[in-house]
Design a protein around this ligand. Structure first.
Ligand code: TXA
Ligand code: MG
Length: 349
């Protein structure tokens, strides 16, 4: 594996490697993606192998420009076109009917394909230079925390890829919002993500959220094949509490060596003053949900490589990027602790 910078020569090297069927990790504004030539089934098979990802979980195909849609989709319905024209490049993935040229391994045999035009200039440049489209899941081992820096990838998948292009920290920090427009009826939200649902509703009106109301349990039950509970999980155990819930716990209930995650600095200082936690972290200084999303995975990576026995986190408000943050936290909570057998502190919330 070689880490490449973002100079033009490096980007040409990365693009050539993709065209030759190699695995190249590319930076995007959401998270780093483990890229392969979307039209090369053997290269795509290596992506599944490197991540140990089950073959029923389809990949997103990344485009360099809007007109690339027709290379992979057999139809571009008016609503999808309107959303793409307003919101691309950006953290939105559209599921559309697929062209037969897209190999079945990319879409797990579905007759639809997920497409995204990323806004990170390095990603778009590499895809454009490669001359192909790039199938890329998040560049993490299956079920583990998604990477928002080249170092996160090097640490967890470094020996399984050919190149990692270092494009700096991912600005959005959570994966794209996935919207299904492949059928008649209102668009269906398959995964909350970096593009807020409110913004989609402004443009598209009605959006179907499976199992609505979406705020009921703090996350919506979704029907994308890859939306498994127990995703995004750190090795340490993680428990999720309602907003404000950590302040109500006694020292006994907290236990030894626990790190706490809360939304803002005010809540963090109050918890730290009260005592009981080995450390308290705020996702954002003033409770800004964009900032919180951009820091979430980096903080989980950091905590996962340190000595804390477990992590106790509070939910954030269910609006804007809060929907995606709560979704990732609750999946992390359901899948955590699996790899390290760490002790669990805190009572069940
Ligand atoms: O921000 C992102 O979306 C990042 C960056 C790298 O672009 N990629 C990413 O990929 O998060 P991944 O593979 O971790 O998540 C893709 C999600 C999965 O939940 C998968 O099931 C869903 O998209 N998906 C892909 N193709 C689909 C399809 N044809 N129908 C329904 N869901 C699909
Ligand atoms: Mg992923």
């Amino acid at each position: 594996m070689r880490i490449l910078d973002c100079g033009e020569v490096s980007l040409e090297t990365a693009a050539r490697a993709l065209a030759e069927g190699k695995l190249v990790v590319i930076p995007t504004e959401t998270v780093y993606g483990l890229g392969a030539d979307a039209f090369n089934p053997e290269a795509v098979a290596k992506v599944f192998e490197a991540k140990a990802r089950p073959s029923f979980d389809p990949l997103i195909v990344h485009l360099a420009e809007l007109s690339d849609v027709e290379r992979a989709a057999s139809a571009f319905p008016p609503m999808a076109r309107r959303l793409a024209e307003s919101l691309w490049p950006g953290p939105l993935t559209l599921v559309l009917p697929k062209r037969p040229e897209v190999p079945g391994i990319v879409t797990s045999g579905l007759d639809t394909v997920a497409l995204r035009l990323p806004s990170h200039p390095v990603a778009r440049r590499i895809i454009a230079l490669s001359g192909t489209l790039v199938a890329a899941p998040s560049a993490n081992p299956f079920g583990y925390i998604s990477p928002t820096s080249a170092m996160h990838v090097a640490r967890t998948l470094g020996d399984k890829v050919d190149y990692i292009v270092d494009g700096g920290p991912s600005a959005v920090g959570v994966e794209s919002t996935v919207l299904d427009l492949s059928r008649d009826g209102p668009p269906r939200l398959l995964r909350p993500g970096g593009l807020p649902l409110e913004r989609l509703r402004e443009l598209a009106g009605d959006i179907a959220v499976a199992g609505a109301p979406e705020s009921k349990a703090g996350h919506a039950p979704l029907s994308s094949p890859g939306q498994l509970a127990g995703h995004y999980a750190p090795s340490a155990s993680l428990r999720l509490y309602p907003a404000g819930g950590l302040a109500a716990l006694s020292r006994d209930e907290i236990g030894e060596g626990c790190a706490a995650i809360v939304l803002d600095e005010a809540a963090a200082s109050a918890l730290a003053r009260k005592g009981g936690f080995a450390a308290v972290f705020a996702l954002s200084e003033n409770g800004d949900l964009r900032e919180a999303a951009s820091r979430l995975f980096a903080l989980l990576h950091e905590l996962d490589t340190s000595e804390y026995g477990s992590i106790m986190a509070e939910r954030v408000p269910e609006k804007g990027l809060g929907l995606a943050i709560n979704d990732r936290l609750s999946r992390a909570a359901r899948g955590s602790g699996a790899r390290r057998g760490s002790h669990t502190c805190g009572k069940t919330p």
